[in-house]
Design a protein around this ligand. Structure first.
Ligand SMILES: Cc1cc2nc3c(=O)[nH]c(=O)nc-3n(C[C@H](O)[C@H](O)[C@H](O)COP(=O)(O)O)c2cc1C
Length: 169
């Protein structure tokens, strides 16, 4: 699958088989995530790979749209390190780019994944801080639920020419 094909055919996958995802595959996804561009090449990201079934099952208790974690083999929490930011505030874009890279790589490797929003919802931030022991200077941005897909979705063509502006609005 080439890069554009992977981007165009990626969908949010929320149903998974019970097949475990091997750690080497997760490392491939993390390499894809950390290949993302970042402001001033600051790479402010940290990742928490969550495999512990008890921890995965705790998350839907404070994140109401994350029930698929009960079936997911693994989840990756993408966090931004807010300490010593040379490019104040850009951590959100940096960590979002890493999240999207990881999603596309997961799809290209035959996995199913979905981006679960964390920041800026305080209840989700606090819940993850408490559950995973995340330090105060690190902010969780997104949680990615991952497994082998048990659902298929067609590509979503969202191209809308009316949203494209040339030279002027
Ligand atoms: C910032 C962000 C937060 C999201 N949060 C959730 C979430 O909490 N739960 C969920 O099931 N999907 C979540 N999604 C996935 C979107 O619902 C999904 O991307 C959108 O419906 C488009 O569908 P697609 O990804 O299949 O193309 C989130 C996506 C983004 C970008």
């Amino acid at each position: 699958m080439d890069a554009v094909e992977a981007i165009l055919s990626r969908r949010s996958i929320r149903k998974y088989t019970s097949q475990p995802v091997p750690p080497e595959l997760i490392e491939d996804l993390l390499r894809a995530a950390t290949s993302a561009p970042s402001a001033g090449n600051e790479q402010p990201w940290h990742f928490v790979v969550i495999r512990d079934r008890k921890i995965l099952n705790e998350i839907p208790k404070f994140h109401e749209y994350s029930r698929m974690l009960n079936e997911a083999s693994v989840a990756v929490l993408v966090c931004g390190d807010l300490k010593e930011q040379r490019h104040e505030g850009f951590w959100i874009q940096d960590c979002s780019a890493a999240t999207q890279n990881l999603l596309i790589a997961a799809h290209a490797k035959g996995l199913g994944a979905v981006w679960l929003g964390v920041y800026p919802i305080q209840k989700r931030i606090d819940g993850l801080r408490r559950l995973l022991g995340i330090p105060d200077h690190v902010m969780p941005l997104s949680l990615i639920s991952i497994g082998y897909p048990a659902e298929q979705k067609p590509p979503a063509d969202r191209y809308d020419a009316s949203r494209i502006h040339h030279d002027h609005w």
